[in-house]
Ligand binder design. Structure first.
Ligand SMILES: [Zn+2]
Ligand SMILES: [Zn+2]
Length: 164
């Protein structure tokens, strides 16, 4: 059913492709005759233009219809990679902004002080506490070289690598 309609469509298109340019040519010829008639004062020729111009119009419409499919396909094949590029570009941008957004979130998570559990007594210390308020042991090791605050079980400074 679909195939039949498709075949019919292409048959009609073939007819249009031949008939369209023929009508265009005849129409143009008639229009030219009409114009010549106007300039030469032979007014019976003027009526050729009346026939020629609609013929021209019909011819151009038929030609357009006959080649429209091909043009549409051509345009589609031409614009498809462009559309893909645009999509890729947008995807790139989106993934980049998504990545930077994720990076920002990660930074914020990293920057936010986490509650520290005392390794010695298991007490959950207050945010920003340096010493455990239950056993008095240090919750963080301050690097003697760069003053970076390191985890209480750190063996080396996370910032400068100094042994702690
Ligand atoms: Zn403690
Ligand atoms: Zn350090």
């Amino acid at each position: 059913m679909n195939r039949y309609r498709l075949d019919e469509n292409s048959k009609v298109r073939k007819v249009f492709r031949i008939l369209g340019p023929v009508l265009l040519g005849v129409g143009a010829l008639f229009t030219i005759i009409g114009v010549i008639g106007i300039f030469t004062g032979q007014f019976f020729m003027f009526f050729f233009a009346f026939i020629g111009m609609p013929l021209d119009f019909i011819g151009s419409v038929l030609t357009a219809l006959g080649y429209m499919g091909a043009v549409a396909r051509y345009t589609a094949s031409q614009s498809a990679p462009v559309a893909k590029d645009v999509a890729n570009y947008m995807m790139d941008n989106t993934s980049q902004s998504a990545a930077s957004f994720a990076g920002k979130v990660a930074q914020e998570i990293k920057a936010e002080p986490k509650p520290v559990t005392c390794l010695h007594c298991g007490e959950v210390a207050h945010l920003g506490a340096v010493f455990c308020d239950r056993c008095g042991k240090p919750l963080a090791i301050i690097c003697p070289k760069c003053n970076e605050s390191n985890d209480q079980n750190a063996r080396y400074c996370q910032k400068c690598g100094e042994p702690l």
